[in-house]
Design a protein around this ligand. Sequence first.
Ligand code: SF4
Length: 362
Amino acid sequence: MVKAKQNKMIYSFSDEEIFLAKETLKRLLLWYQKSHRDLPWRKTRDPYCIWISEIMLQQTRVEAVKEYYRRFLETLPNISALAEAEEEQVLKLWEGLGYYSRARNLQKAACEIMEKHEGVFPSDWDSVRKLPGIGDYTAGAILSIAFGQPVPAVDGNVLRVLSRVLHDEADILDNKTKVRMSELLRQVYPHEHCSEVTQSLMELGAMVCVPNGDPKCHECPLSEICIAKEMGDADTLPVKSKKTARKIEQKTVLILQSGEKYAIRKRTERGLLHGMWEPINCEGHLLESEIKKQYPLAQKIKKNGTHRHIFTHIEWDMIGYSVELPEQVGDYQWVSKEELKSTYAIPKAFQPFFKDLKQKYF
Ligand code: SF4
């Protein structure tokens, strides 16, 4: 039940909700201790490593993150190394993971930790929460996993599990639901094994109480207490309000090549993928004849496939051409394959158009 008081929400919970939440954590801990996956970031309690892994895991699959995580820590093994690195290097290490503001915020936060916390990752909620790029979920994950504090980390996975166990029909895209579920967990979080408790909730949401298709109730440690399972409603929960449709933008992407060099340019300092490097591109789907007009010197213009890239609110519907030129034209940066590999971070949206380079260089 929720009571509103001015801007402050005060939540109270029924005995059944408290019981179910406590049982959930108790059963998950036992299950997790026996059957969790062996992931690289689970071998450490170093807050720097936990932080990097949690930021990488946002919007990205575990399997994809493993190699990024290894490379990032090998190159920038601690807070001071990250704070002192060139931004280009950090973005290059992030290349392909998307949502590049995450990488920039990591570096800003590392600088803040150096300045305000003498290079030591803070261990109190307010200080952690104030760091750039760290929201409630990430703060909870770092404080519980690295520092063993009884602070829950509630994301979509955890909300799905709780909605089903409690048969809670509140919209999980409504922030109030997240706040209320966090408060419920906060009231029942044990004071021991907090690191494992947090990870057990994440693990169940990722491996058993899965979002699409049927949850694996037959192998779930919560099947005896889960109300959705008992009522046969697991596939209708959680409730999510409908999102507004994404805007679709058409683009033409040109891979300009002159000899061994490719043309790229830096995106503006604001907006989507700001500050990243990109191949030359423009709005709309151009015809070959229009490209010929723009680059009259072109020796060869060839279709270079199509690609759709989905961002949170926008979808790019792109067609590509490769254009061979006898000389370097325009106010572009002309770079070699090796430089593309080592220095310039090209967003994943454009990588499919660098066909010959893709396998080896991204
Ligand atoms: S019993 Fe089924 S629906 Fe309930 S928490 Fe487990 S997997 Fe999810």
